[in-house]
Design a protein around this ligand. Structure first.
Ligand code: GDP
Ligand code: MG
Length: 435
């Protein structure tokens, strides 16, 4: 996904200006990337249609950094779709009853343990209930977890009636002053009628304050179908996405939220009892985008980058007048954004490449020194820098002739590139006439 989106974004970033055709092409790439991340096709289409409208609305086309603004719009849209704000669970009631449902292996028992630890840490008095009557090992599993996190576990190993166990557990909780009861139930490998009837019966009998549907995020599109079926039967209150510590594609989160319209409340990111997080839509949006810190890079860049200066330099580039003063100004802009290596590291795919590279903000120092040692005229017209001027600049900046030569050569190549791009852009007849 990351590669695909990067490709899409690159299409936009490559140009100072983009055309409507670029947006259309990028939208198509983003849509493909979303479906590849297990986002349902129809959902992906709705999302990208909205993103396109927003992009055109917010004048991405004429912004200074079209690619970055575009990324930001995608991020905002995904966040919005996943519910905007993080949502907690309802623990009102005496006791509050939380029913945990889902397929076998989805992570219900693990999550029950985690949730009890999480609530205990908030000072709540919790009781865990083992209502999985089909696997004797399931009771032991919950007992081990309960012991680990210091929460009592209620079980009736001989009783084969899940409804009765759950009811008895709640009575027990009232007697012993427990304020929250978490009922861990049995699952099957696939949705079947007997399981649905059982869990429905349990729900009816104990009328839980909160019913949470647990789903393995690795199951992709299937996760959406399972969620739909469970929701039709149980009308659950929230979703728990598990196994997000692997390379699961977060697309399931987006589809489930859109298809069943129930909030995702927690995510589970490991087998350890601490690996539980409240679900934050904005973070999941970043995960789906596969861009990690890019979003914060965009924000930092927007703060630090002086738009007027950028426009001024852009105009000079277009007139082939880019000089050493402009170059210096750009270097300083980059430095203002923070540590160069960190900045580069935030770009997807860049981290590995620059890990062993020796660059930091000091790497710019000789370049800045050389430019500072040039006269204003030399900065504007580097072509007048002959042998004796080079010598003077080198000794003035504490560098050597070779370093000066290198910089001049790089700068010359840069200008040639700009000129070439300008000629390409200006190949239209109208543009020629206006020159
Ligand atoms: P249940 O059948 O729904 O109760 O599922 P379990 O809680 O027994 O979990 C099934 C397996 O998935 C166990 O081996 C758990 O350790 C593992 N598991 C559960 N949640 C996570 C998670 O968030 N990350 C990872 N890596 N493994 C998990
Ligand atoms: Mg279990």
């Amino acid at each position: 996904l990351q590669d695909k989106l990067n490709k899409a974004i690159k299409t936009l970033k490559g140009q100072g200006r983009i055309t409507e055709i670029n947006v259309a092409a990028t939208i198509k790439e983003v849509r493909r990337a979303l479906t590849d991340a297990d986002v349902n096709y129809k959902v992906a289409k709705d999302i990208t249609d909205r993103i396109r409208d927003k992009a055109l609305d917010r004048k991405v086309l004429i912004s200074v950094e079209p690619g970055q603004l575009f990324v930001k719009i995608v991020q905002e849209e995904l966040t919005e779709l996943m519910g905007g704000e993080a949502q907690g669970i309802n623990i009102k009631g005496d006791p509050a009853v939380i029913l945990i449902a889902g397929l076998q292996g989805s992570g219900k028992t693990t999550f029950s343990g985690k949730l009890s630890a999480y609530l205990k840490k908030q000072g709540r008095n919790v009781l865990l209930v083992a209502a999985d009557i089909y696997r004797p090992a399931a009771i032991d599993q919950l007992k081990v977890l309960g012991e680990q996190v210091g929460v009592d576990v209620y079980s009736e190993p001989e009783n084969k009636d899940a409804v009765a166990i759950a009811k008895n557990a709640i009575d027990q909780a009232r007697k012993t002053g427990k304020k929250i009861v978490i009922v861990d139930t049995a699952g099957r490998l696939a949705v079947d009628e007997a399981m649905m009837q059982e869990i429905e019966a349990v729900k009816r009998a104990i009328s839980p304050t909160e019913t949470l549907f647990v789903v393995d995020s690795m199951t992709g599109q299937d996760a959406v179908n399972t969620a739909k079926t469970f929701n039709e039967r149980l009308n659950f209150d929230g979703v728990v996405l598990t196994k997000l510590d692997g390379d699961a594609r977060g697309g399931a989160a987006l589809s489930i939220k859109t298809v069943v319209n129930k909030p995702i409340k927690f995510i589970s990111t490991g087998e350890k009892m601490e690996a539980l997080d409240v679900f934050y839509p904005d973070r999941m949006a970043s995960r789906i985008l596969g861009m990690g810190d890019v979003i914060s890079l965009v924000e930092r860049a927007q703060q630090a980058f002086d738009e007027d200066e950028a426009k001024r330099i852009n105009a000079k580039m277009r007139k082939n007048q880019f000089d050493f003063d402009d170059f210096l100004s750009q270097l300083q802009q980059i430095k203002k954004m923070g540590n160069v290596k960190d900045l580069l590291g935030m770009i997807p795919g860049m981290g590995k490449m620059i890990k062993d590279l020796d660059i930091d903000n000091d790497s710019f120092k000789p370049i800045e020194a050389i430019i500072s040692s040039m006269t204003p005229k030399e900065r504007q017209r580097p072509d007048i820098i002959d042998g004796s001027r080079k010598k003077r600049i080198a000794s003035g900046s504490g560098t050597n002739i070779q370093q000066v030569n290198n910089l001049l050569k790089q700068f010359d190549e840069m200008r040639k590139m700009m000129k070439k791009m300008n000629t390409m852009q200006a190949s239209g007849k109208l543009n020629k006439m206006m020159r």
